[in-house]
Design a protein around this ligand. Structure first.
Ligand code: ADP
Ligand code: MG
Length: 256
């Protein structure tokens, strides 16, 4: 490293612009070739550093979120799922609902894209530097129950309360007993009107009593808070997982 490179590295570190030393040589060459003004060069350099910082923050947020797979809105085939209003989902993807601490509830049978859309909304939030946590209802209650036994409940609870967006997938897959339901209730209460939840369920609201083992009081209390400021997307139609198999005649789905 020559003296000027050393000084650049020093200031880049001091000002927390970690990519500047690596960005300068290629941009300086480009500036010379294209006869950029000094102002153009300065702008290009800061733009490149800003993009690199955004990409790094987004990567970190996505890693911390714990998504089970990478899914995006762009990958979602709206023409296959006619029951979904593309405009509504596009509006949700702007993440204004997260800024407003509102909830999104995705309902529908297996394979219609609930988890895909939930992750995609989480990815959009992380692109806007909002913190996200992905979990399933079963994992959330198991984690909190374990923490209660271990005496670390408050800290664990904060892990579900602090992120700007909490995604709770698969509510209703397994019925929750009274103790488990109260743990979910705790999380919903703590986030109510403060931060957003995206929740998916294979059960319609009318069936939520069953999800909570017949306890309609807690089911109603949870739904009341979840739905107060919320958008529900009810997805109908066929499983995307089975579409190719059905085309090939491997499975037949009974008419309902
Ligand atoms: P659900 O959570 O409703 O059971 P998933 O979101 O897990 O369904 O979807 C099942 C699989 O099908 C996933 O790999 C998902 O990416 C894909 N998928 C579902 N619907 C669509 C769609 N409309 N366009 C593209 N991929 C889809
Ligand atoms: Mg799913």
């Amino acid at each position: 490293m020559n003296l000027s490179e050393e000084r650049l590295a020093h200031f880049a570190e001091k000002l927390r612009l970690p990519d500047v030393p690596a960005l300068v040589p290629p941009l300086a060459q480009e500036a010379a070739e294209r006869e950029w003004s000094f102002a153009d060069f300065a702008e290009a350099l800061l733009q490149a550093q800003s993009d690199a910082s955004d990409a790094r923050a987004c990567d970190t947020l996505q890693r911390l979120a714990g998504f089970p797979a990478r899914k995006s809105i762009e990958e979602f085939d709206f023409s296959f799922q006619q029951s979904i209003n593309k405009k509504q989902v596009t509006e949700l993807a702007s993440c204004a609902f997260v800024e407003r601490a509102e909830n999104v509830i995705l309902l529908g049978p297996p394979g219609v894209g609930k988890t895909h859309l939930a992750i995609a909304l989480g990815v959009e939030a992380s692109r806007r530097r909002l913190s996200v946590k992905f979990t399933t209802a079963a994992r959330l209650v198991a984690s909190l129950a374990e923490a209660r036994t271990a005496g670390t409940f408050s800290r664990r609870l904060m892990g579900f309360v602090r992120p700007s967006l909490l995604i709770v997938d698969e509510v209703g897959f397994l019925p929750l007993d009274a103790g488990e339901a109260s743990l979910l209730f705790e999380v919903v209460c703590r986030r109510y009107e403060r931060s957003s939840i995206v929740l998916t369920s294979n059960k319609s609201y009318g069936e939520w009593g069953e999800v909570f083992s017949g306890d309609t009081v807690i089911a109603t209390a949870i739904l009341d808070r979840l739905l107060h400021h919320s958008t529900t997307i009810s997805i109908k139609g066929e499983s995307y997982r089975l579409k190719d198999k059905k085309k090939a005649g491997i499975v037949t789905v009974p008419a309902r």
